[in-house]
Design a protein around this ligand. Structure first.
Ligand code: ADP
Length: 423
């Protein structure tokens, strides 16, 4: 899947006739959107509605007026009681820029949907049956899928005749072999409750692995990449010839790497222990491991910039931050090692998302000494360079290249949507 997304070499969407795609990412109290011109991948408009359902909501819209004029930013504060009100306001902003939902240039709306279960291994054109299936997956993603559904239903009500496509965070990982996705848990119980590893951040892993192959000047089909998506949520993926063979997140986005506020891997017996010994409820343990663990649980900060500032300042406070950093890096290196073995041959390690794109120290610590083992090395100057370009940061001689690739999930969603509706 996703072979026909943004072009591997340029990172831009393939042209195929004029057409815009509106990408919607609906959260429980927010909607993010981008209007993308598929001729060249350029953003015609982008924005965000926050605090939907609260006393004051905020809409920040930036639009180019559809004809390449200088972007204009408008900010509105008013109460949007629900997603319908919020999306109507977004539609009005787009219309004010001459790019309303009724524009003939709008080819489709692409929706980010977090959980596609085992059914959705590709983007899906939305109809009643697809909506029902996304609804059936709500128990697997109780916070995300309902919000995604609300966004879809609202958009459908506003433009019923326009093709709308669901692009799933889990889909890219559907190619994992069963020995990677199955937990070693009683099979009947696991299957009855749909317990298995699904993986998340798939849209990002797909985009970044393909873009990395482009940086190497090679076809994605012949390149093996370890992608490290290090944002507030973090996950690693082993991608062999464009197909995901292993990823670090599991049934939920809690498994795997140390994250901003999530623990990542722990012994599951910690949960029973907390219930028996500390008398905590499942809700409290859920909150502890998802919201009060990870970097935040270890040192009180989940922002890597602040953690590094504290390390540099030194003292006992710096020591605490240093330990959090070391635990984060240790876990990351364990995954790099494991995925190198899973892949057999690694061509590149790609860093992406907030930390991966911006923090040279994290990259340096993650790759330190790997020239002796798997053959990955960093060029100190290239690593230190501050840039928003996708680029290689390894020296020419390195057997395994290291890349920094700014992720672009919206462009990937738009490309997959456009590909499906123009097929
Ligand atoms: P998400 O989409 O998961 O919310 P992002 O990919 O936007 O996360 O990443 C956010 C995180 O990126 C922040 O919490 C911070 O730790 C990190 N980050 C952002 N900018 C920098 C920077 N310049 N240096 C180090 N870390 C950064």
């Amino acid at each position: 899947m996703t072979v026909n997304g943004p072009d591997a070499k340029s990172g831009r969407a393939r042209s195929g006739g004029a057409g815009w795609v509106l990408v919607l990412n609906s959260g429980s109290s927010s909607v993010k959107y981008q209007l993308i011109d598929m001729a060249d991948g350029s953003r015609q408009a982008a924005g965000l509605v926050e605090r939907i359902g609260e006393r004051t909501s905020r809409l920040v819209h930036t639009g180019h007026g559809g004809d390449g004029r200088r972007p204009q930013r408008r900010e509105t504060e008013e109460p949007f009681p629900d997603h319908t009100a919020a999306l109507k306001a977004v539609a009005a902003e787009l219309a004010a820029d001459g790019m309303g939902l009724d524009s003939p240039r709008l080819a489709a709306i692409g929706h980010r949907v977090v959980h596609g279960g085992t059914r959705f291994t590709d983007p899906a054109l939305i109809d009643d049956e697809v909506l029902a299936e996304i609804e059936r997956l709500v128990p697997l993603a109780p916070l995300h899928n309902p919000a995604n559904l609300t966004g879809i239903r609202t958009a459908l009500a506003l433009r019923p005749a326009l093709p709308q496509v669901a692009v799933f965070d889990t889909a890219f990982h559907a190619t994992m072999p069963e020995h990677a996705w199955r937990y070693a848990v009683d099979t009947a119980t696991a299957d009855r409750h749909r317990i298995r590893r699904y993986g998340f951040h798939g849209t990002s892993h797909a985009f970044v692995s393909r873009r990395t192959a482009g940086l190497l000047g090679r076809d994605i089909g012949e390149v093996n990449v370890i992608v490290l998506h290090l944002g507030n949520g973090a996950s690693a993926a082993a991608v062999a010839g464009g197909r995901c063979v292993e990823t670090s997140m599991g049934l939920t986005p809690l498994e795997g790497l140390v994250m901003g506020t999530r623990s990542g891997d722990i012994d599951p017996a910690v949960v029973f222990h907390l219930a028996r010994v500390a008398g905590m409820t499942t809700g409290e343990i859920d909150e502890l491991l998802n919201k009060r663990s990870g970097l935040a649980g270890l040192c009180g900060d989940n922002d890597m910039r602040e953690i590094r500032r504290r390390i540099e300042a030194g003292g006992p406070d710096g020591e605490r931050a240093r330990l959090a950093f070391d635990i984060y890096i240790h876990r990351l290196r364990k995954y790099i090692g494991a995925y190198a073995v899973v892949l057999g041959r690694v061509d590149a390690i790609a860093f992406t998302a907030g930390v991966g794109e911006n923090d040279p120290q994290v990259r340096r610590a993650a790759v330190a000494g790997l020239d002796q083992t798997i053959g990955a090395a960093l060029d100190t100057e290239r690593n230190a360079e501050s840039s928003t370009r996708a680029r290689l940061i390894s020296p020419e001689y390195a057997r395994v290249a290291v890349a920094v690739v700014p992720t672009d999930e919206e462009l990937e969603i738009a490309a997959q949507t456009y590909e499906l509706v123009t097929r």
